[in-house]
Write a protein that binds this ligand. Structure first.
Ligand code: FE2
Length: 365
């Protein structure tokens, strides 16, 4: 709740009842006026022509309403006062340290939780919520008893968001195939990596369904990239800092395309929390940066990849036909053991913001 406020020439100082104090610049408040003239309640869109506002606007008058639930401000260019709710102001504190990242980082021995669910569980509201909660928390899970075609993949993808199109198509099926320009189509061991380092917006979720398996080997390998970040940050902060600053270039050349993008291995948000891991040694393109940091950077890659290839950090499992592995490609690295025989997979990608959206709508984050 709002306790009191002070008006200064450029700012409004708001004192909350929990003793938090926040300074809101007038122009920011005026830009966020949510009255009929400035805000479309139906579409949640701004109507204000921000460029037309006076950057030095001053508050004419203000008052607290409903015991601190609202603050009402009268602006010189508007006829009626504008109401700002306590929730809106509190949520937008610059000092907001509330974190919405409720995840648990893991290495192999930390995974005692059940990460296998029945596909039909996701059809119930509580089952779907639990599916999202576990997927968000650990970064992956397996759905059992799926149809061994595109049906179940399509159904769960459309529940989360929608199937993302890419160079591989929307829904894809693959087995060992030397005709594709990507290493994931071979039978050799695939070391842990993230997909789409060549894309400015890497795929958010990856879905991989086993449709046929009569082979030796070929286990799916997952590693928690956030755990690797945590470990490097703890053991060598300078290296962590470097890996969160050097933009690494990834590319995909072949199949009629030349795709290229760059970002650091550890992408951080403004609170310095890790939000994305990007690592694909197969797809790393030639790129140069400061010579005096190059050796340190390679030391970083070495440290990162040795952890990723350490079995203590890996979840290894041979998917059986009808089992659908889903993981967060912004966090979890995936790989596959070498194999001999027939191993057929189908799958798709889903955008990160669609997964996040489903988590918000279902109150997971
Ligand atoms: Fe991959």
């Amino acid at each position: 709740m709002i306790k009191k406020f002070e008006i200064s020439s450029d700012n409004l100082i708001v004192h909350f009842k929990d003793d938090n104090v926040e300074i809101f610049p007038n122009i920011w408040l005026r830009d966020h006026a949510k009255d009929e003239k400035n805000w479309d309640e139906r579409t949640n869109q701004r109507k204000t022509f921000t460029a037309g506002l006076d950057l030095n606007c001053r508050i004419k008058n203000a008052q607290i309403l409903d015991n601190g639930k609202f603050l009402s401000i009268l602006w010189p260019d508007l006829d009626s006062p504008v109401k700002y709710s306590f929730e809106f102001l509190y949520k937008n504190k610059i000092s907001n340290s509330q974190t919405r990242l409720r995840y648990k980082t893991w290495k192999n021995q930390d995974l005692s939780t059940n990460l296998f669910f029945d596909f039909d569980d996701t059809k119930r509201k509580d089952g779907y919520k639990n599916f999202l909660r576990v997927l968000h928390k650990y970064g992956f899970l397996v759905l059992k008893n799926c149809e061994k075609n595109f049906t179940s993949i399509k159904e769960i993808a459309n529940k989360i968001g929608y199937v993302r199109n890419s160079i591989f198509g929307g829904l894809w099926s693959f087995e060992s195939n030397q005709n594709k320009a990507d290493s994931s189509y071979t039978q050799d061991e695939l070391r842990p990596h993230t997909d789409g380092t060549y894309s400015n917006d890497a795929p958010g979720l990856q879905l991989l369904l086993c449709t046929e398996y009569s082979a030796k080997g070929g286990e799916s390998i997952l590693v928690d990239g956030f755990k690797i970040a945590e470990k490097i940050k703890k053991e060598d902060y300078e290296m962590f800092d470097l890996l969160s600053k050097v933009n690494v270039t990834g590319n995909y050349i072949g199949d009629g395309v030349f795709l290229k993008a760059e970002r650091p291995i550890f992408k951080l948000n403004k609170r310095n929390e890790i939000i994305q891991v990007s690592f694909n040694n197969y797809d790393r393109a030639p790129f140069r940066f400061k010579n005096d940091l190059t050796k340190k950077f390679y030391e970083g890659i070495k440290k990162f990849d040795l952890i990723a290839n350490n079995k203590e950090f890996q979840w290894r499992y041979i998917l059986k036909p009808g089992e659908l592995l889903i993981f967060n490609n912004w966090r979890i690295l995936h790989g596959r053991g070498s194999f001999e025989g027939v191993r057929k997979m189908s799958g798709c990608y889903i955008n990160k913001e669609d997964f996040d959206s489903s988590c918000v709508i279902n109150e997971i984050i």
